[in-house]
Write a protein that binds this ligand. Structure first.
Ligand code: PLP
Length: 459
């Protein structure tokens, strides 16, 4: 496996080893966790670049970077080496008690690559924890508990973040234990609900403003959003939305928290998606692509805002066992260097443009593609039953994903209707691998609805 391979098959997909492992897993893991069907999943054994090899020796192309994490590619040799080297020195430290120099170096690097005056950090392990750090920081700084978040937002599944995550199926069993400090307003969505206003988002700003000024509800301290919604269906707001929101927040003394867990570290063709609009958030949350796969996350803010926490008097009121992990910090620093040395953010931008162009061409041929949207290598392909009614093709999307897996392409669904193909490949994916995947999508869509492929597929 070179990382640049096209899929190669030794067995049917999933192969006998994966099927056997699925049975063993079913017996020992809570059955809510891993989805298992006759056609899903394949058990991963190794990975390199854009390739994944399963337990049966089949090679796949990862079109999702394993949840958007592996921008620099799987098992990058420099990350392997740095983790090996660091683990011979110190694997685990005492993050908030006897720290490491590595933690300082990573914090300094984050200060350098994030925009504006973002300069102080709170580290954690998962994305949700980092969002929690931001929610708590905003509460500390503004002394206001209310938060405005957006419909279809995904910020994690811990109790604090569940309040901000919008999808009801994630929340319903726990509603009685979830805080009620979040108000959700619509996310500007020019595909599903085109706005009648010129900007495409004026009505939403009015709703945000009204909620901030409401005297009858919890005073609002923060607006929390993803600059491009990921799990919510790769929803890209119209140009100008983020900057208008920032102006509105500033005018009202409300903090703007940007959850860049999915969009950060080059995914959208910039270090952070807020750079596309020159917006500096009050708090920026990062995770996923920050390391070549080691779990570490961060909430970054200005010194002024972070100082609201006060100084530790010996026992921090906000910490965790693995905070600032030496292995994670070393891996993150090396990931940032790899992104720089290999010019991968530019590649994400350029390859993303090409890929979006190719997918839009494909949409001319297949009316099951309702929309193609995205920035950089964060792309959504909306699968619909009927282009006019935009009726979501959820079942069709599930089947497509299973069919693509059988073709050696790993891709996942997203969106409230479970009908958007989430295309977030490693930035190192080759054009040949991309073209192979597009060819498979073309063929599979053609097989599903040949009667609808009446439009000419031309350049
Ligand atoms: C935008 C966003 N925020 C938060 C999270 C939660 O991160 P984690 O799963 O690491 O807790 C995710 C994960 O998909 C995400 O995409």
């Amino acid at each position: 496996m070179t990382g640049r391979d096209l899929p190669k098959f030794q067995t049917a997909i999933p192969g006998p080893h994966s099927k056997e492992l699925a049975k063993r897993l079913r017996a020992v893991e809570c059955s809510q966790i891993t989805y298992i069907s006759d056609r899903f999943p394949v058990f991963w054994k190794s990975a390199l670049g854009a390739n994944v090899c399963d337990e049966d020796g089949n090679i796949f192309v990862d079109f999702g970077s394993a949840f958007g994490v592996q921008g620099i590619g799987h098992t990058h040799p420099r990350i392997v080496r740095i983790i090996q080297e660091q683990s011979e020195k110190l694997i685990h430290g005492m993050g908030d008690v006897h720290p490491t120099e590595l933690k300082i170096r990573l914090a300094e690097k984050l200060r350098d690559i994030t925009p504006g005056d973002l300069s102080q950090v709170i580290f954690s392990s998962s994305g949700a924890e980092a969002v929690e750090s931001a929610l708590k920081t905003a509460c500390m700084y503004t002394k206001k508990a209310g938060v405005i978040a957006f419909e279809d937002a995904y910020h994690g599944l811990t109790y604090g973040t569940l309040a901000a995550t919008h999808r009801l199926d994630f929340k319903e069993p726990f509603l009685k234990q979830i805080g009620r400090f979040v108000t959700h307003v619509p996310f500007p969505d020019s595909y599903h609900s085109p706005s009648t206003s010129k900007s495409g988002f004026d009505e939403i700003l009015v709703q945000v403003d009204k909620r901030i000024k409401s005297r009858w509800e919890e005073p609002v301290g923060a607006v929390l959003l993803e600059p491009i919604q990921g799990r919510g269906g790769v929803a890209v707001p119209p140009d100008g939305f983020l900057s208008a929101l920032k102006v509105l927040c500033e005018a009202n003394g409300v903090l703007l928290i940007l959850d860049e867990i999915m969009t950060g570290f080059g995914r959208t063709g910039a270090w952070f998606a807020c750079e596309h609009e020159n917006v500096v958030p009050d708090l920026l949350v990062a995770g996923k692509g920050m390391t070549g796969g080691f779990p570490i996350s961060a909430c970054i803010g200005s010194e002024q805002i972070m100082s609201a926490w006060g100084t530790s008097g010996g026992e921090s009121i906000h910490t965790s066992t693995f905070l600032g992990s030496p292995l994670g910090a070393a891996a993150a620093l090396e990931t940032i260097r790899v992104l720089e040395d290999e010019n991968l953010i530019r590649r994400s931008e350029q390859l993303g443009e090409k890929l979006i162009g190719k997918l839009r061409l494909l949409s001319k041929k297949h009316s099951m593609i309702g929309d193609v949207r995205g920035k950089g290598l964060m792309i959504g392909v909306e699968i619909v039953r009927d282009r006019n009614s935009k009726e979501p093709g959820a079942e069709e999307t599930t089947q497509l994903i299973e069919e693509l897996l059988a073709d050696g392409i790993i891709v996942l669904p997203c969106g409230p209707g479970h009908n958007v193909l989430s295309i977030t490949p490693p930035f190192v994916i080759t054009e040949e691998q991309v073209d192979y995947a597009i060819g498979c999508l073309d063929r599979r869509l053609g097989e599903r609805m040949p009667e609808l492929t009446h439009e000419p597929f031309s350049n």
